[in-house]
Structure formats: structure tokens, C-alpha cells
Design a binder for this molecule. Sequence first.
Ligand SMILES: Nc1ncnc2c1ncn2[C@@H]1O[C@H](COP(=O)(O)OP(=O)(O)OP(=O)(O)O)[C@@H](O)[C@H]1O
Length: 264
Amino acid sequence: MYLLELKGIFKSYRRGGLFGTRERISVLKDIHLGLEEGACVGLLGRSGCGKSTLGRIALNLEPPDAGQVFYQGRRLETLNREAYREYRRNAQVVFQNSQGATNPRLTAGEIIAEPILNFENPEKKALRRRVDELLERVGLASADAEKSPRQFSGGELQRICIARAIALSPRLIVLDEAVSSLDMLIQARIIDLLLELQRELKMTYLFISHDIRVLLKVSDRLVVMHDGRLVEQSLDMEAVDGFTHPMFTRLLEAILPPTPARVN
Ligand SMILES: Nc1ncnc2c1ncn2[C@@H]1O[C@H](COP(=O)(O)OP(=O)(O)OP(=O)(O)O)[C@@H](O)[C@H]1O
């Protein structure tokens, strides 16, 4: 059984608005995707191809037009209040834009404490201890809890978003271009941190990126999205070299530098 499974997902948006033609564009077409417990599934595709939409549907932040999302084998619509709360608690997200994903009026400590306070009612001291532990876990200091988001670099702020995402020890994290805006060195450090946390906390990742180099590094399995469909899948990363779909070859050519260097 998959931890999370998407079956037959369709999604379209109306394009055009007030003066446009208001034609519908089909973003997701009959998507089937299962996330194995403990795996990191890489979702690759060009910008604008529908990856984030898929991530939002997996997190039930947006309804599909058709199709179903299953959590631990049960359709989300059929979960009772308590089971749905468990799903919510266990399915977290880290976005690309950490600046936009953090409230500038809160301190880093308050940002990290938010999900804990949504689901639990800890004593002040215990909460502070947990925030300190989380800060330490992502490589920041206890004193950073008092700072505002503006006082952090992009990489540090992304660490805070990661601390917030793991605060409730979730089973699944959707990482939507979570390292894309960081420069190479910081990106490598954040990737290491994410992989370490995944191992320690036995989490499942849906790692969304347009960057195949990042995905080859992190994924147990790679899924490629093109024109609203998942066109290639492989359970074996060794088989990536064997991908033959013309779309995948084009994507590789577009993304990789002329002389590809292995990034390890
Ligand atoms: N709420 C919305 N209303 C209308 N159109 C939308 C909405 N959300 C997404 N779209 C459109 O759907 C398409 C897919 O968007 P999506 O953000 O899922 O792609 P993506 O692959 O994640 O791209 P990126 O990496 O740039 O975020 C785009 O054409 C986008 O403009």
C-alpha cells in the first residue's frame, strides 16, 4: 500500500479572465502516482507544466476536477474528522519562496511553533524546548528564535521552513522547488540536510523540481511530467540512462550543461 496515492487526477483552469476567451486549459490529465512509504519520489518537468498543481492536490489544498487522493489506502473524502486531522498533520510542505512562505510579523520561533500550536497545546517551556531542538536540527542556533525572517539569508530561511515542516514529525513532505532559488553551495547543504532528516525521521518525500541534477541526487524514483501527463517512470535510478522517450531526451538536453558533470 502506498502512503499517498493519486488516481486518475484531472485538473484544468480557465484562462483569459474578463476579456479573454475563457478557454479551459488542461493542466493535469489522468495522473496516477503512488508514493511508497519512506521513498523520495522526484517529480521532474518544465516550469509551468503542472507540478505545483499536482503537489497542491496531493496536499488537498486544491480539489481535482476528477480523480481521487488516497492516504494510507483511504480516500480523503471518506476520512472522518480525526483521520483527516491525522492526514493534515502528517502531510507538510516546503515551498521555493521561503520569503513569501513566512509571515514577516512573526519571529522565527513563532513560525516554527505555528504547526505545533495548531495541533497541540504544549506548555510554554516545553514549546520553547521543542523550537530550540528543531532549530538545532536544521543547523541554526537557539538565539535565532527571536529574529525576524528579514534577518536571515535565503538558505537560513529555508532551514526555518524545513524546521516548521518537520515540527510535527510528519510522514510526508511535498518539497516544491524547495532548493531551486538557492545558490549551488547552499543548495547542496540544504539537500544534505533534507536527506539526513528523511533518513532519521523515516519520511516520504515528493520532491518537485525542474532541475534534473537535483533530482538525480535525491530521488529513489523519478517521474517526468510533460503536457499534463506523467510520461516516464523508473523504480531504478540506474535505468535513468536508459530513458528513451523523446520528451525525456529533450528535457535532459535542455537542462543539462553541454558536457554533463556528475554532481555528487
Ligand atoms: N489557480 C490557478 N488559476 C489559473 N491557472 C493556474 C492556477 N494555478 C496554476 N495555473 C496554471 O496552470 C499551469 C501549471 O501551473 P503549475 O504552477 O502547476 O506548474 P509548475 O510545473 O509547478 O510550474 P513552476 O515550476 O513554474 O511553478 C500554468 O500554466 C499556470 O499558469
